[in-house]
Design a protein around this ligand. Sequence first.
Ligand code: FES
Length: 443
Amino acid sequence: MDWAIVIIGGLLVMFCLTQLFFWTSSGIQRQVNERSYWQLQRQLLVAKIQAAETQRQLAQQSLLAAGSEATASTESTTAWRGWRKFRVQKLVRETPTTTSVFLAPQDGLSLPEFKPGQFLTLKFSLPGQSTPQTRCYSLSDGARAGQHYRITVKDIHGKPPAQGGVSHFVNWQWAIGDTIDVKAPSGDFFLDGSSTEPAILLAGGVGITPLMSMIETVLQRGDRRDMLLFYGLRHGGEHIFKERLRELARQHSNINVLNCYSDPESGEVEGRDYHFRGRVSVELIKRALPGPNFHFYMCGPGPFMSSLFEQLIQWGVPEDHIHFEAFGPATVTAVSTRAKSSADEATPAKTVAACQVHFARSKKTVDWTGQDSTLLDTALKNGVSMSSGCRAGQCGSCQTKILRGEVAYPKGQPHEVDAGHCLPCVAVPKANGGNAGEVVLDA
Ligand code: FES
């Protein structure tokens, strides 16, 4: 009996030892497996990072090979000079004749932050036209760095079957995946981001686009800065960003919007669909502000801007508190007349009263009589082909080589113009040592 107990006890001890051995070895094996698993995960992560870096470098090389001078910043965004290829990523119909276009760079790299109010310069190749068309469109979205930019374009020609140029093409023929050459954001019209003072925004029609960018940017940055928008339109059918602006005004106490319809459609009710019947005027602005000492940012059609500019000056708003977008010859002429006169007074006898302008490649010689406001006007009036975009000395599209003579800039020296070149959209001939002489342009 005792022997039986000893044998059974021995068997139990052996069984326990065997179990202990298996548990220990499987635990060790599990640990080994887990370590291998995490090592594999780590290797996978490293491989992914390396692949992403390789992709980034390849994209960077192809961008450079394409002729653009790209420079990667520390924020992994890519600034560029010259043209960069973008593709249409998304199209959003804002009104029956206005479309927002989301543009993403074809290289897949992130885009740098811009200043809210700046614009893009785009080079369009329209079907059936051999010469590309350059146009500038304000960025209409928040200014932070990201994967795309947004512009919003109104078809100034009207819906099909009307025919038209670039804005018509963008609204009715552009499709997702189409590509286009784009210059980096630029322009001197932007919201002063260092200020916390209220900003008064005056928009007319599609002129809302740079001002929308200012509002979105202030909110993106979490600023509590007060923004008061007066938005002038004919009726609700033209009301761009209507729902978005209403939503922002409802959600943020520092965003205030006053919509003025000059010609509301039947069924549109003042106080429900819009705030005031009539145009944006200083009389209306005076009802909302305690005095003229604010900064005003405005963008809209020429008559809208020139009328408000004069009214604000008469009210006593300091001229350097009025900031405006100056696209297109009509707007520039209308609004900058005052600024131009001051600049002309400040630079007496520097421009030439009469001289000859030669356009070398076009083999044309014309008299500069002082009637045209710029050399671009003279060129276009005389059938000389010259590309242009902003017509305000900001996009560089019209840059032309000077073969002989000198030019002056009555409204101030542009920021970026290559040595030996000029920007004819803001340039006029300049006297050379009292000798009117001539200006010869490579155009
Ligand atoms: S057209 Fe833009 S700089 Fe002349």
